[in-house]
Design a protein around this ligand. Structure first.
Ligand code: BES
Ligand code: ZN
Length: 941
């Protein structure tokens, strides 16, 4: 999970994928909703005798899963079900009870028997199974079989006396009761308020391994089956599932209705969904099949209009792009009041957190609209990539998430070319990927995962952002048309089936005639990426380029620097860009027509950083000013320079000089990256002395003030999408750098706002105004913002207010923020918002950590690791630290804990702190000298 760029921070983004870049304080306002966006071990195949020990106490159970002649595809250590039977069809009936928060269920599973069998093992978690009946060939085999439960592995085993022979059919009928839990997993309850009264809906979240929490099932992505779902509910309630309604009948003497849905196509369990509750909807007929947006009655359903129409257009677009019709009879999209991620791609029934689907155009900023567009298009891309064609197991998760991410940017660019999202990609997804992947604790794109508790942790910037960066790279290398042709072939070939990464490469190789696999394998099977160092040979008009592993901590060991990555060089010269040359060896010399101007990695299409000499860097700064570089080049070069300074490959003074020379920059995306890098620097220096911190702030002010004043903070209908965000970015940044004019403007707006004029603050700068005012204010301002959290009309404004509360520095207010975070008012889904706001100041960072330590048991209980949120909270509360002593403290605390389910978060946090400790040690003086020389450090003038 998790990058905390300022962009991510300032827009109620769910914790998923947010903390990949090191947590930054809110030193600048970053309004652009660049999507939350954060080398291979071949999947070895083992023979039968090597299958997981767990099952070997049973007889004859480890057969061939998918009937491959070569034998079992079980992978050693991976916890999978035995392959003696395979599900074909589920007939599932569920009846939620909103008083007891339970549900009664019956499931009849038709099975194909692969070998003589006297047991059936399937997944089940926190479900009370009351009865089981096993039948075959229409006759009962056993009506009271022995049922044993392995809680640790979440497996129920039904054992019967008489074996069923291979090749015959079997049927397992189970009755059970489940908990309508409040953990946002499985079949869960979600609450909303109408006139102060709490109401509930029941909804599902199965991915990755919580379908087994909803009903007993064969909960692995490759075990596809058909599903026929029936929901029993009050007649006033809406019942939804993946498919359309086949019939509705009165049951229980007319007291309730049973809604039976059509049988689904062959699909994986993690995509099953059902919802029961009072819901309103809007519908569009602008697509071949009906598309609807649903929401609870406390929401204005008209706010679903933007997503609704976008979904209809996007479905039509994807049908063409994939050359494959959407196979279901309808598409429903539902705003769910409690939702742990941002959205979930359930086939035909996409679920969302409210802010990621409902848009009040008048009351939300441009960045919110962009995030919603991205989310809708991402989940719709999954309908093909993920739902129709599914990864074989979770170590192929990146195929799902990397592709949906790439596709959402691709389609967003088609629908909204004026948003120029591919420019944003370079400062967003690409940087998320490089940021997490520069830690020793990163992992390969294709990562072996064995247990359920490991799977949640790989929904991170590697799967999403490095995954999509790899696809962006190959799509540029092959050409987008050829790339999409390969994707079409892949979808056609594997529809309703499962794939491994190699299947995608094979389809792309087929379409392009190029050796895709050998190039791409290096990128997906290995952790990390290289930095390419450039030296110049004027005598021969050539450059020497050399690749080495890049680590943020700057301490690469020789054994960590063995992989040679195939790097598209992308050499830009005055003659254009060389698209073909690849550096696959450690080191090589290349001719350059004129050493006067050149740059590597044109448009930052490839996954590496480039290290130039200080002289070359300043020439590139000049080239940027002279218009020789694309926006992507400028932004990417700044990003590289920032990362190289932070990790010791360059001096930080060099970065500061480069940034200082860029004040004539005119593009939003480039400014965004400039300010992100200053933010990273200030975050690492946050525990340094006040003078240095004031000097850094003064430097930021000198960079941004005039631009902020020039752009202004009045928003008009005529401002385009990017200009709105540009104004907001500069306003927020100037405010956080204590520009007096901006502070005064923010305070004036806030005063009018507090007096009741809610239109006094434009939604684009709402977060910045709250932040600025809270930083300079006290309890009075805090209460106004808190009131907005409680009473604002939209979820978007509520969460903005909640996030900003943490900026208040008064110890009493810090305590109130912490109490609020775990109080009843803040939903678990939003707990990271108030906690995140506290990173802005040292008192907040320290108090938050002490609070976590003191309340660990309670927090652990409230957010058990299986929910996937504990890792976010751990990262949030620790990764802001910068000193050796703090590093020790964090390490000590977790050394004595069982970190199962959030161990990656702890490791990544520790690595991120280490990197800052090293950075400060190296460049503390360098920075001070530069600040002093450039007259920002007042005392040294
Ligand atoms: N499949 C995920 C949702 C998910 C995440 C399920 C983690 C289980 C664990 C979904 O497609 C997704 O990626 N959602 C993103 C949205 C997006 C625009 C990147 C999210 O939730 O933020
Ligand atoms: Zn996804």
């Amino acid at each position: 999970m998790r990058r905390f760029s300022t962009r991510a921070l300032l827009q109620a983004k769910p914790p998923l994928l947010s903390a990949v870049r090191s947590p930054l304080p809110l030193f600048l306002s970053a309004p652009r909703s660049a999507p939350a966006r954060s080398t291979i071990h071949p999947r070895s195949r083992y023979t039968l005798s090597q299958t997981s020990k767990r099952y070997c106490s049973y007889r004859r159970m480890c057969g061939s899963r998918r009937g491959e002649a070569s034998g079992s595809t079980n992978v050693q250590g991976r916890e999978v079900l035995p392959t003696n039977v395979k599900p074909v069809h589920y007939d599932l009936t569920l009846e939620p009870n909103f008083e007891k928060f339970t549900y009664d269920g019956t499931v009849v599973i038709d099975l194909q028997v692969n070998e003589d069998t006297d047991f059936i093992s399937l997944n089940s978690n926190e479900i009370d199974i009351h009865s089981a009946v096993v039948s075959s060939k229409g006759a009962v085999v056993e009506s009271k079989p022995e049922i044993s439960i392995n809680k640790d592995n979440q497996v129920a085993t039904i054992k019967f006396n008489q074996a069923i022979s291979a090749g015959s059919d079997a049927q397992l009928k189970l009755t059970f009761t489940g908990i309508l839990n409040d953990n946002m997993a499985g079949f869960y309850r979600s609450s909303y308020k109408v006139n102060g009264e709490t109401k509930y809906i029941a909804s599902t979240q199965m991915e990755p391994t919580d379908c087994r929490r909803a009903f007993p099932c064969f909960d692995e992505p490759a075990l596809k089956a058909k599903f026929t779902v029936t929901l029993v509910a009050d007649k006033s309630m809406t019942c939804l599932s993946n498919m359309d309604v086949e019939s509705e009948t009165d049951v229980q003497g007319g007291a309730k209705k049973a809604v039976k849905f059509s049988t689904s196509p062959q699909m994986s369990t993690y995509l099953v969904a059902f919802i029961v509750g009072h819901l309103n909807y809007i519908e569009t007929k602008n697509f071949r099949v009906p598309v609807r947006v649903y929401a609870t009655p406390d929401q204005d359903i008209e706010h679903g209009r933007f997503s609704l129409e976008l979904a209809a257009k996007t479905l039509a677009f994807y049908e063409k792009a994939f050359d494959n019709d959407f196979p279901l009879p309808k598409m429903d999209m539902v705003a769910v009041p409690d939702f742990s991620a941002g959205a979930m791609e359930n086939w035909g029934l996409i679920t969302y957190r409210i802010v990621d689907v409902l848009l009040d155009e008048k009351n939300s900023g441009a960045s919110r609209k962009e995030r919603i567009a991205e989310t809708v298009q991402h989940e719709l891309a999954h309908q093909w990539f993920g739902n129709l064609v599914t990864m074989d197991f979770w170590d192929g998760l990146w195929l799902n998430e990397g592709f949906a991410t790439w596709m959402s940017w691709y389609s967003c660019n088609v629908f909204y070319p004026e948003w120029k999202v591919w420019q944003t990609y370079v400062i967003d997804s690409l940087q998320s990927a490089l940021s997490l992947d520069s830690l020793r604790s990163s992992h390969p794109i294709e990562v072996p995962v064995k247990r359920a508790d490991e799977i949640n942790q790989i929904f991170d910037a590697i799967s999403y952002s490095k995954g999509s960066s790899v696809l962006r790279m190959i799509s540029k290398y092959l050409g987008e048309d050829v790339f999409l042709q390969g994707v079409r072939n892949y979808i056609k070939k594997h529809a309703y089936g499962n794939t491994e990464t190699g299947d995608l490469w094979a389809a792309l190789a087929d379409a392009s005639g190029k050796p895709v696999q050998s190039v791409m394998d290096v990128w997906t099977k290995n952790v990390g990426f290289p930095v390419i160092s450039v030296t110049e040979n004027p005598a021969s008009s050539s450059i020497n380029v050399k690749q080495n592993r890049f680590l943020r901590t700057g301490d690469v060991k020789p054994e960590e620097d063995k992989v040679l990555y195939p790097c598209m060089l992308g050499l830009r010269t005055k003659d254009g860009v060389d698209e073909d040359t690849m550096l696959s060896e450690r080191e090589k010399e290349f001719k350059v027509p004129d050493l006067d101007f050149y740059k590597l990695n044109a448009d930052h299409s490839a996954i590496y950083r480039t290290s130039y000499s200080p002289e070359r860097l300043s020439k590139l700064g000049k080239a940027a000013r002279d218009g020789l570089l694309s926006v992507e080049d400028r932004a990417g070069m700044i990003a590289d320079s920032g990362a190289l300074a932070a990790s010791g490959y360059q001096k930080t003074s060099g970065l500061l000089s480069l940034l200082q020379g860029l004040d004539t920059e005119s593009e939003f995306v480039v400014w965004n990256e400039i300010l992100t890098r200053i933010g990273t620097l200030r975050a690492a220096w946050i525990f340094e002395n006040d003078q240095s911190k004031a000097a850094l702030k003064a430097f930021q002010r000198s960079l941004v003030s005039s631009k902020a004043h020039e752009l202004g903070w009045d928003f008009s209908e005529k401002d385009d999408h990017i200009l709105q965000q540009f104004k907001a970015l500069m306003f927020g940044s100037a405010g956080m750098a204590e520009d007096p004019v901006v502070i005064k403007a923010a305070q004036d707006m806030f005063a009018r706002f507090a007096a009741g004029d809610v239109s006094a603050i434009h939604p684009n700068i709402r977060g910045s105004v709250f932040t600025i005012v809270l930083k300079h204010g006290g309890a009075k301002e805090y209460d106004v913002v808190l009131d907005r959290f409680r009473n604002a009309p939209t979820s978007d404004e509520k969460t903005t207010a909640l996030r900003c509360l943490g900026t208040a520095e008064d110890p009493k207010l810090i305590q109130r923020t912490l109490d609020l975070a775990v109080g009843d008012e803040v939903k678990n889904q939003d707990i990271y918002q108030p906690l995140g706001g506290l990173r802005n100041h040292t008192a907040g960072i320290e108090t938050r950590w002490t609070w976590l330590k003191e309340n660990w048991d309670e927090i652990y209980k409230r957010l058990p690791p299986s929910l996937g949120m504990l890792g976010t909270v751990v990262q949030l509360t620790t990764a802001s630290f910068c000193t050796e002593a703090q590093l020790k403290d964090v390490k000590n605390f977790f050394d004595s804990k069982d970190t199962k389910g959030y161990d990656r978060a702890v490791e990544q946090s520790l690595d991120a702190i280490r990197a800052k400790v090293n950075w400060l040690q190296r460049d503390r003086e360098d920075v001070e000298t530069w600040l002093s020389k450039n007259q920002y450090l007042q005392s040294k003038l």
